[in-house]
Design a protein around this ligand. Sequence first.
Ligand code: B4P
Length: 187
Amino acid sequence: MLNIVLFGPPGSGKGTQAENIIRKYNLKHLSTGDLLRAEIAGKTELGMRAKSIMDKGALVPDEIVIGMIEKRINAEKDPKGFIFDGFPRTVAQAESLDKMLSEKKTSITLIISLDVKRQELINRLLKRGKEQGRSDDNLETIENRIKVYENQTTPVMNYYDGQGKARYIDGMGTIEEIFKRIEKVIR
Ligand code: B4P
């Protein structure tokens, strides 16, 4: 199986590039952001709890996102592999993911980190906020999301670096240019 983690700060292009990767490699897309937004749209209890956390730009508790991912992994019969987008965001999530995959006799193949300048992240997310009205794409929440990423999420790269699985790519440029760099790393 080919199991890829797409990693990077908010607005670095994880969701955008995940779509290109799925199309080319026929992997199953698991985005915790999308799963949480589906819970919010369905007005479930979990969704209501998640919404107030996401609107502040904080992380939803580990046990919630780990439970959501575990359910999706177990529901797949004979997948070619997974693309994890926005997960894991803490070392505890990364350790749980390793455990879930080893129970399926597989593991993470590689983690790709998209490197994008801070001002570009803010510009992209403000633009999406205007175009799509996502309630967490406003300046105050964006700045907090970036801070949370720097403090709580960057240790995840060290975790995978220790396993020799981390790859860093330049996430500045057009969507097509960045996808070419990702393809090269996967090849
Ligand atoms: P996510 O949904 O994961 O959102 P994100 O990090 O902001 O990135 P996303 O993938 O959506 O955007 P992309 O960079 O592709 O998380 C939202 C919230 O959910 C988190 O803050 C947290 O509260 C919660 N959450 C999710 N997962 C969690 C977890 N595991 N644990 C705890 N909490 C969790 O794109 C951004 C914009 O840039 C798009 O409009 C796109 O069109 C544009 N863009 C992309 N590439 C571009 C390029 N090359 N040039 C110009 N624009 C580009």
